[in-house]
Write a protein that binds this ligand. Sequence first.
Ligand SMILES: NC(=O)c1ccc[n+]([C@@H]2O[C@H](COP(=O)([O-])OP(=O)(O)OC[C@H]3O[C@@H](n4cnc5c(N)ncnc54)[C@H](OP(=O)(O)O)[C@@H]3O)[C@@H](O)[C@H]2O)c1
Length: 250
Amino acid sequence: MKYTVITGASSGIGYDTALAFAKRDKNLILIARREDKMEQLKQEIKNINSNLDVVIKSIDLSILSNVYQTYESLNNYEIETWINNAGLGNFSPLKEQSLNKIEAMLNLNIQALTIFSTLFIKDYADVENTQLINVSSAGGYITIGNLVTYSATKFYVSAFTEGLAQELKTKNAMLKVKLLAPAVTETEFEQNSLGLELFEYESNIPQFNTSKEMAELMLQLYDSDKILGLVDENTYHFKLQDPIFPFRNA
Ligand SMILES: NC(=O)c1ccc[n+]([C@@H]2O[C@H](COP(=O)([O-])OP(=O)(O)OC[C@H]3O[C@@H](n4cnc5c(N)ncnc54)[C@H](OP(=O)(O)O)[C@@H]3O)[C@@H](O)[C@H]2O)c1
């Protein structure tokens, strides 16, 4: 039995990506904090295909020791694809930002993603048909005022993932590393980033994708030989393309 791991599976892009992979008959390991949401997702997956195995890990990934423990707890599973999707935004001028929220964001967006990626590469770099997909953002290629800390975490995700993808390619590794960079997508992300109970996309944002559209784009990237799947912020067209940042080997 092979498994697809998705972090941040309790809502938004991760939730719909889990449903999209279930439709491809993939067994799933779902990771996030809210167990009830993942139980609901598990039920939806079982309605798609009752034969699939769905494992739920309710865990706070902003705590480093949890990241190591979670990976270790999956030792007995054969993993085909690992998707680092969990992420937190922080939308306000820097001087108004909470330091606790900045810490949680750095720990989740950068630390957890890097540790999971590294542990997965150590175990699976030479295993056929394996993929690591990290989720960055259009804001991982253009610095956005009033969300500079978030934007900078996504620059890290883009640089790390593009670089890793090319480093492994030069070593002829079996494992493929890819990067999804969504633009604005209707999820719980904006309300969490702004610290609101609810955020209305329709009345506040001129253009955005739905999380179902983004899950569809995730599958296109999964099926493609390209490293980067990017939503153009101006046209909202999805492009599968080569990495953007310059790269050389040391
Ligand atoms: N929506 C957008 O406009 C947009 C644009 C570009 C990029 N992105 C990126 O897309 C990814 C998915 O976000 P989304 O839009 O789907 O937002 P979302 O609906 O808020 O989903 C975020 C997911 O991350 C999980 N998460 C948050 N903090 C966590 C923690 N400490 N430990 C474990 N899991 C945690 C959440 O689950 P729990 O709360 O249950 O833990 C949730 O499942 C993120 O990396 C985000 O940066 C989003």
